[in-house]
Ligand binder design. Structure first.
Ligand code: MG
Length: 391
């Protein structure tokens, strides 16, 4: 079973009104061209054997800079026609030598399509000759009069808004497009309409409301918001810390109190894991280090919980409009054993940083008896933090 994806990117997109003068499918969204988002999503699916993009004849250079070297399944671009319908037909004709069993037709102006929606459309093609992603109409629909007043309220029950991808058995949709090109008015606005005209049964598959079509500048702004942090600048930082053992009966590690034969010496609670992590976040921000913000010489911090230091670093990230993508801590010691406390440590760090615990890694290693950690003189910790800052 061979499956092709045909991405339609031949429009001019003038309504999007970008000040960069680019057709909307080449404008930047979340740091990369709109078209590239769809290429990446479809290109990552093993269920798709070949991807072809239908482009406007004047956009060959733009396309090359956007598609780059492409993935293994990305074939050469296909020149589109005067209307969307014609562009799709030319795309389908170009696939004839590859002769796929199924084809997914997708508008490049829907860059936020998700893998689940694509998979559902493909699954529906096992039992129907056509299937499209769509969402039920939720707003009350009004039919306007020429004067701009309400002429009627339209019953929305059973009404769906069509999206893409729209999938078809390849031979059937090619035949429908060929016949429509010669014997029907060329004003079909999507491929499902052509399939309907040709008498094909087309299934509705529940798509995602996030699979928006970019038409206006406001759509771009909404899409940037939906993409959230992905539009920002990614930063990483690293931290390292060591504390020596002294007489005591517990240690604080990554926000957890653990009974032990010794304690760690320090001005604060000496939580070496949280200190390394605090420095990693400050490092990613380019904002000094823990000693600069919380000097050991200041009696205010004597015996302080290191959670305060980490929480302050997280506050600095939020102040800069950023989010913490993930953090990772490695503890180096012979004892105590970290494994039994790992999940509690992850949860503690996640709570302090106000992120999900799946974004927090805590690991431990011994140093095989070597060095100061091997001689059980103290504990060392390393950490990295990845942030996304608004540009
Ligand atoms: Mg320290």
């Amino acid at each position: 079973m061979k499956t092709a994806a045909l991405i339609v990117a031949a429009g001019r997109g003038i309504r999007a009104g970008g000040n960069d003068g680019l057709p909307k499918q080449y404008r930047s969204l979340g740091g990369s061209p709109v078209l590239r988002h769809s290429l990446q999503t479809f290109g990552a699916l093993t269920s798709i054997d070949q991807i072809r993009v239908v482009i406007h004849p004047e956009d060959a250079e733009l396309y090359q800079s956007c598609a780059g070297i492409g993935g293994p399944g990305l074939g050469p671009p296909i020149q589109g026609g005067a209307t969307r319908q014609e562009s799709v037909r030319l795309g389908l004709e170009a696939l004839a030598t590859a002769a796929p069993d199924r084809v997914l037709i997708h508008d490049a102006a829907r860059p936020m399509v998700d893998r689940e929606t694509i998979a559902q459309v493909l699954a529906a093609l096992d039992v129907h000759p056509g299937a499209i992603a769509a969402v039920p109409a939720v707003d009350t629909l009004k039919r306007a009069t020429p004067a701009g007043t309400i002429g009627a309220t339209v019953d929305r029950s059973g009404l769906w808004q069509a999206q893409t991808p729209q999938g078809f058995h390849y031979a059937r949709i090619l035949d429908a497009h060929r016949r429509a090109a010669t014997s029907a008015p060329c004003d079909f606005t999507d491929d499902a309409a052509i399939a309907e005209w040709a008498g094909l049964e087309v299934a509705l598959v529940l798509g995602s409301t996030g699979n928006v079509k970019l038409t206006t500048q406001a759509d771009f702004e909404r899409a940037e918001r939906l993409m959230g942090s992905s539009a920002g600048e990614v930063r990483t930082g690293s931290g390292f810390d060591v504390h020596r053992f002294t007489a005591g009966d517990h240690v604080w590690l990554c926000g957890i109190r653990i009974p032990h034969t010794h304690m760690l010496e320090g001005h604060s609670d000496a939580d070496v894991g949280l200190h390394a992590l605090t420095d990693a976040i400050l490092g990613a921000l380019g904002d000094g280090d823990i000693g600069q913000h919380f000097p050991p010489s200041d009696p205010k911090w004597k015996g302080a919980s290191s959670k305060l230091f980490l929480a302050d670093a997280a506050r600095r990230v939020r102040e800069r409009g950023g989010v913490i993508t993930n953090v990772d801590v490695t503890l180096l010691c012979e004892a105590p054993r970290i494994g039994p406390h790992r999940d509690a440590m992850r949860a503690a760090i996640a709570a302090i940083l106000a992120i999900e615990s799946q974004r927090v890694g805590v690991k431990a290693t011994t140093t095989e008896g070597l060095g100061f950690t091997g001689r059980r003189e103290g504990i060392a910790a390393m950490a990295t933090a990845t942030l996304c800052l608004k540009c």
